[in-house]
Each structure stands twice: as structure tokens, then as C-alpha cells.
Design a protein around this ligand. Structure first.
Ligand SMILES: [Zn+2]
Length: 652
């Protein structure tokens, strides 16, 4: 067992809809942190899971016509499946409907009842069913004597019932002291300040039980009440490691958690209610709550209506896990809101991965293959100018990388690695190995240059090991040291550890460039999706296409009286018609009906036309609209009206 422990958690995801790129983002970051800590020699416990109680889930299950437990089983399965496909390295997956969790929740609540920190009282107030959150009159948004949720804008309901309360107010001063003594308890600092303002504004006791539904954990002393889903959910962080049970080895080893990774919308629960509950339990507080920002997709908020952007699998299948992870960490400044843009993702793949990193791998292995039979040469010469520069930049990159990774500044960590990659490429241009290869006396110099490049690559593979595992592994393989990848860690981030003599592998580029013009995009926003779907539908079902009334309504059908008709010269089928469509001027339509009607027959007929068809020219004659006719083999008849009606009347 290592002396250094690290316990990292994601929020447990609410099991009422399938995982999307937003939940994947939090999990990817937590996974990278877990892998980084393991890389740094920590014994890591990485927890994720699903939150499965509460009214919202009960309602979603009802809407899906499913038993709530079966409903939750299915969704929890989807999360587990996705994490497996993404090779997320979680050590545990907790579900709040599991016995191991329920019994700890009841035990915690009983402890607080015994202590008097939970008491029975009457609750009246505004409640958001969607967020399962109470709001005060002041916080609620008022519109025409109604109240709306400041979080989700849904209408709030008035709630009045006897229930149990947690004495949150009792811990106000202790919380203030916590924020003062440990400024890094909540990060980023602007999120900490938001929480501090709430605490300073005064904390009310928290209603922690419900009687209006039963999909939850019963109060241990009063089973007609179920425990508020948020209190239930927060306890997962200690129930998963066996707090309060006789299986508490993991709790003893890993608690307090080092990092609760959350989205900003649930910061209040994690940074105020959770520490207060732990204070009441008299157990140590977590080291840090990190509330990251929200992800939009192509500039739009993620929701079911965003389109397929909610499925991270499609992106992984198209671009690969590593590219997605690299992009998320490099482009989205962790902590702040960010946008997932497919164009920017492709841009990063082409510039940073294919060009910078891919080329360095390719050039280095190619030159070793060409000049040293593919064997990494011995650096047989004293380091000189550019070599020292490369080594110094590497050492600077190590310091910056470790410091930034330790502080969850992933963008900056990757920037320092990529500036080293940039210099390594430049080092090739500066040392000009192709010139060195021409002269026998510069062979030693050539060996040193190619060794240095290989050593740069080995270290780059280490830098990216926690972030892009497949790529890291692949670089080791290309350097002919694949067997050393699994055990390598941060202690090997040192210049000169590469043992010469391994045989490199030169293959196709590790990241092929993506032609942005020729590639069809993975993310289809909903507006695009509808168009694509309906045109595809059109092609499939020509003749039997079923359209909605809205689509039918778009066609402006009108009654038209034929006022004049003349044959079109040189066109043996066409007739030029002047129509009264109830407009100030007659309309001209050209129709291929001359073999079925004489011009005399046509004049005076009241027919049906499509009045809003895009104007066209037939034999150079303008035609504004189209008449309706029915065809049966060789026979054609115009659609006419039954009885007298004003020209221009709308057909519906
Ligand atoms: Zn709400």
C-alpha cells in the first residue's frame, strides 16, 4: 500500500436520462485526474455512480410506463456501459438504490436525530419539482403573481407539510470559519465567493424529508417520510467506502475525499450542505470541491432538443477517445464555461495532433530507420547549444506540467507540453540531420540528434500518459519500448533515461489529418437533423410520403378561372393560360395539356392551382404556379370545382 492516498469523485448522475457529452466531460476529467494521481504514485480511489431516488425519477419512470427500479437499472446500465467503452478507470460505481448505500443513509440520519441536529417541524414554501429544490420568496422569479424557479424557470409549487429538518443554521459560523481557514476548499475562487455570499446571507434549516411520494429511503424513525434526495445523494461519498459499517477499510484509507468534482449548478449542495452534514457527523471534511462550468455544443445549451450532440459515443467513434480528451482539456479552460465545437476539435486534431505530435514521431522514426537501421543510436557526443536548449525546455515543461496538473489547470499543462513538442520539431530544422547524414565525420552528431529526438518522444509519451493513454502507448511502441509502458510513471520524466538500442517502428502517421471540407460532421444539431431526416424520408417513400398538416398548409391551393388560352408555338403539348386568381392582374401559367383540351374548351373553366409555386420558365415563357390535373394512363383531366365559387378562393 502506498503512503499517498487520493480519493476523487464525480457527481452521481441523475438516472432520469441517458448520459450526454456534459456528464461525459465531468467523468473524463475525473478519470484523467485519477490516472494522473496513479502516475504520480498515489493509491487512488475513483468513485462515480447514479442518483436514483426522488420525485423526478418517479415521474420519469411513470411517463415511461416502467417500474422505477427497472427504469433506474436500465439507466444505470447505460452509464456503466458508456464508462466502460470510454475506458474510464473508476474503482466503484455506486447506486443510491443499493442496500449498502441505503443502510448508511439511515444510519447517518439516525445519528443526527439522536444528536438533535435533525428535528420535526412544519415546512411551507416554494418548491421546484424538477430540481427538487426549495426556494424562498426572494429568490424565486415573480411573474404575474406566479413564482418561477431561478435555476430552470419552471413554475414553483406551494408546498406545505410536516417534515424533518436538518439544523443547517447551527453550522453557519463553522462554515464561515471553514471558508476563511481554507480558501481553496471551493474552487474556482469565483464559485467560492458565490457560496460565501450565500452563507453570509444567513442559512435556514433544511427540510430533509418528504411525504408526498415514496420513491426514496424511509426515515429510520418515521417510515411515512422519505429522506430528501439531496441528503440521500451526498452521503454516497462516504457510503461507497463503507462509512459506519464493519466493512470500513476503504473509508479508513481514503476518507476524507481529496476532490469532489461537480458542475456549478450543484455547488450549493456540495459546498454548504455537505460540509455542514459532515460537521454534524463530526467526521473530517473533504479537501476540495471543484465546480466546473457548463459545456455548450456548437454554441447551444445541451438538452434533448440540441440533437445528437448528447451522445458522446458518436464523437468517440468518429475521432477517437484520445483526440476528444485532448480537445476537451486543451480547449475548455477547466472551471469556466466552454463550448464543444466540432470545427475546433478538427482544428486541434490537424494542428496539434497530426502536425505537431504526429510529424515529430514520423520524422524521428523515419530518420532512425534511414540512418541507423531503425536502431535508436547511442548519444556519442557531448551535448551542445541546441541540445542544451532542448533539455532545458524539457525541464521547464516538467515543472510547469506537474504544477499545472496538480492544480487542475489542464489547458496550461498541455500548453507547456506542446510548446516543448514545438521546440523539438524546431530542433530538427536547427540541427539539419539530413545534412549530417551526408558526411561520415558528422555521424556521431547525427546519432546524438536522433537520440535526443527519441528521448523527447519518450518523455512526451509520459506527459500524455494520464490523458491520452492509447497515443502514449503507441509512441512507446514506435520507439520499440512497448513493454515498458505499463509501469512507467512520473519518476521517469527525466532526460537521458532512454536506453539506446531499441528498434523503432515506422508506420503510417499516428493521427491522420482530417479534411474539414470533405468530412461529414458528426454533430447534427436538431434543425439540421430534421431537414436531413425529411429529405431522406422523401427519397425513400416517393409516392407514399406521409406529411404533417403543417407541411400541407405550406401549399397555397386556390380556385382559378381560365380567362384566356393559346397554344405555345413550336411546342406541341404546351398551352399558355391566363388565370383569374382573384388578384388585380391575371396570372400566366404554362401547362402541358394541349392534346387533352382545345383552347376553346379551357376558357371559362374553374380549376385548382398551386399559387405559391416558385415561378419558372417553359420555352422562354414565364409560368407562375401550376394547375392540378389527374392522369390515368393516356387520359388527363383537370381538377375543377363543383358549382360556383369566387376565383381566388382558398382550397383547404
Ligand atoms: Zn427548477
Amino acid at each position: 500500500m502506498s503512503l499517498k492516498n487520493f480519493y476523487v469523485t464525480t457527481p452521481i448522475y441523475y438516472a432520469n436520462s441517458a448520459p450526454h457529452i456534459g456528464s461525459a466531460y465531468t467523468t473524463i476529467v475525473a478519470d484523467i485526474i485519477a490516472k494522473y494521481k496513479r502516475f504520480c504514485g498515489y493509491d487512488v480511489y475513483f468513485l462515480t455512480g447514479t442518483d436514483e431516488h426522488g420525485q423526478k425519477i418517479l415521474e420519469s419512470a411513470k411517463a415511461a410506463n416502467k417500474d422505477p427500479q427497472i427504469f433506474c437499472d436500465e439507466l444505470a446500465g447505460k452509464f456503466q456501459q458508456l464508462w466502460k467503452e470510454m475506458e474510464i478507470s473508476n474503482d466503484d460505481f455506486i447506486r443510491t438504490t443499493q442496500k449498502r448505500h441505503e443502510q448508511v443513509v439511515q444510519k447517518v440520519v439516525q445519528t443526527l436525530l439522536d444528536k438533535g441536529d435533525i428535528y420535526k417541524g412544519k415546512y411551507e414554501g416554494l418548491y421546484c419539482v424538477h430540481d427538487e429544490t426549495f426556494w424562498t420568496q426572494e429568490d424565486a422569479i415573480k411573474k404575474e403573481a406566479k413564482h418561477f424557479c431561478p435555476e430552470c424557470n419552471r413554475e414553483l409549487t406551494w408546498f406545505s407539510e410536516e417534515n424533518y429538518f436538518f439544523k443547517l443554521s447551527k453550522y453557519q459560523d463553522d462554515l464561515l470559519k471553514l471558508y476563511e481557514d481554507k480558501p481553496a476548499f471551493v474552487e474556482p475562487d469565483f464559485r467560492r465567493n458565490e457560496m460565501l455570499q450565500i452563507i453570509k446571507g444567513g442559512l435556514r434549516d433544511l427540510s430533509i424529508s418528504r411525504t408526498s411520494f415514496d420513491w426514496g429511503i424511509p426515515m429510520p424513525n418515521d417510515p411515512d417520510h422519505v429522506i430528501y434526495v439531496w441528503v440521500d445523494a451526498l452521503i454516497n461519498y462516504i457510503s461507497a467506502v463503507g462509512f459506519g459499517t464493519d466493512q470500513d477499510q476503504l473509508y479508513n484509507q481514503f476518507w476524507p475525499a481529496d476532490l469532489h468534482l461537480i458542475g456549478k449548478e450543484i455547488n450549493r449542495f456540495h459546498s454548504i450542505i455537505w460540509p455542514a452534514l459532515l460537521m454534524a457527523l463530526e467526521i473530517p471534511l473533504p479537501e476540495k470541491v471543484f465546480a466546473h462550468g457548463w459545456l455548450t455544443v456548437n454554441g447551444e445549451k445541451i438538452s434533448k432538443s440540441t440533437g445528437n450532440a448528447i451522445d458522446p459515443r458518436l464523437l468517440m467513434d468518429a475521432y477517437g477517445k484520445d483526440a476528444i480528451k485532448y480537445y476537451l482539456l486543451r480547449d475548455i479552460n477547466f472551471g469556466k464555461d466552454g463550448d464543444f465545437s466540432e470545427d475546433n476539435l478538427i482544428g486541434r486534431i490537424n494542428a496539434d495532433l497530426a502536425n505537431d505530435l504526429g510529424n515529430l514521431v514520423h520524422r524521428t522514426t523515419a530518420m532512425i530507420k534511414q540512418n541507423f537501421n531503425g536502431v535508436v543510436p547511442e548519444p556519442s557526443q557531448e551535448a551542445e547549444g541546441y541540445d542544451l536548449q532542448l533539455k532545458n525546455l524539457f525541464e521547464l515543461a516538467v515543472t510547469k506540467y506537474l504544477d499545472n496538473m496538480d492544480h487542475y489547470k489542464f489547458t496550461q499543462a498541455l500548453e507547456s507540453v506542446w510548446s516543448f513538442i514545438g521546440f523539438a520539431n524546431k530542433y530538427i530544422d536547427l540541427t539539419e540531420p539530413w545534412k549530417l547524414a551526408k558526411e561520415e565525420e558528422s555521424r556521431k552528431r547525427l546519432a546524438s540528434v536522433l537520440y535526443n529526438l527519441s528521448e523527447a518522444l519518450r518523455n512526451i509519451a509520459l506527459f500524455i500518459k494520464p490523458i491520452m493513454e492509447d497515443t502514449s502507448k503507441e509512441i512507446f511502441r514506435r520507439l520499440g519500448i512497448a513493454d515498458r509502458w505499463t509501469d512507467c510513471d512520473y519518476t521517469q520524466l527525466k532526460w537521458g533515461l532512454l536506453v539506446p538500442g531499441s528498434t523503432v517502428i515506422k508506420e503510417a502517421p499516428i493521427f491522420p489529418r482530417i479534411d474539414i471540407e470533405k468530412t461529414s460532421k458528426v454533430i447534427i444539431m436538431n434543425t439540421d437533423a430534421q431537414q436531413t431526416a425529411s429529405s431522406a424520408e422523401n427519397e425513400k417513400n416517393e409516392g407514399t410520403l406521409i406529411i404533417g398538416f403543417d407541411e400541407f398548409k405550406k401549399v397555397d391551393l386556390r380556385v382559378a378561372e381560365i380567362v384566356a388560352a393559346e397554344p405555345v408555338p413550336k411546342a406541341n403539348k404546351l398551352v399558355k393560360l391566363q388565370l383569374n386568381v382573384g388578384e388585380p392582374e391575371p396570372r400566366q401559367i404554362v401547362a402541358g395539356i394541349s392534346q387533352f383540351y382545345s383552347t376553346e374548351e379551357l376558357v371559362g373553366k374553374k380549376i385548382i392551382v398551386v399559387a405559391n409555386l416558385k415561378p419558372a420558365k417553359l420555352m422562354g415563357i414565364k409560368s407562375t404556379g401550376m394547375l392540378l390535373a389527374a392522369k390515368d394512363g393516356e387520359n388527363l383531366r383537370l381538377l375543377t370545382v363543383d358549382g360556383d365559387i369566387q376565383p381566388g378562393s382558398k382550397v383547404s
